[in-house]
Write a protein that binds this ligand. Sequence first.
Ligand code: FE2
Length: 308
Amino acid sequence: MLNPLAWFDRGAPKIELRRFAGAASHQELLGAPICVAHLTDLHVGRVTPVPIQMAAVDLVNRQDPDLVVITGDFVCHSQEYLDALTEVIEAFDAPVIGVLGNHDHWSGASEVRRALRRGGAEVLDNANTIITLGHERLQLVGLDDAYTGHADIARAIKGLRRDVATLGLSHIAEEAERLWPQGVPLVLSGHTHAGQVTLARLNELALGRFVGHRYIHGLYGSREEPPPHGAVYVGAGIGAAVIPLRLGERARREVTLFELGYHPGAFDEHHNPQEALPGRPPSERTVQERQLAVARKQARRERRTKKG
Ligand SMILES: [Fe+2]
């Protein structure tokens, strides 16, 4: 049964296409540009009808990127739509690489990983890899979800090379600050949905002041300064987990193209890099509670499976 809230998602979905240059170091290390399409928070499930994710896939395919990266929250509270998720991933023309988000851990990380791999995606769980696109090599560092306490930077950067153009993926944007000093100049992320309501900067009030995020939506930091500096991009996402309402230009569903190999400023971008908010990291207790929540949900699923 479709969630009654999906009423908000009637009609043709409006998906913004935004375009940014990569970091200066990408230009230094690449012989030819690489186009990376970034999506996040697909939330395939009851709240966001599958035609919306398929419209995003179609928009991406029409841009003909070299690579698609997706930064977590593939599902929405359940495993009921894993076959649909596999179909969505399969529909991308370019290779797909992703990292998991909190919803994936809440719903069952192993099952979500399996669905993604069935669709042909590579999942980076605190790992890095070098892929060849045309004649160019790109190194990707993928952090597992930090919200639920699964991020392990030391593992993720093991064997990382400084002489290959590198892109970081992390569901939670604040983790970028720990990747920059390791030579990861640009990190793509999600999770916030840009706050979904960006009118009168309500999103900054809610996610910045109350939730404690430093990065709400869009580009922050420096793409030109060497480590320990760096940049992070927070995508507005495609789906929703609770209410699909999105108000304000910055809150719209979004596909973002990163043209690695172009110097920042080489072409017009949607907005200039922004200042980080003060933020407030979660307490040790909060992180522990979030880890326990994942274990509780897993135990509940196992009890249900036994009963059924
Ligand atoms: Fe999330």
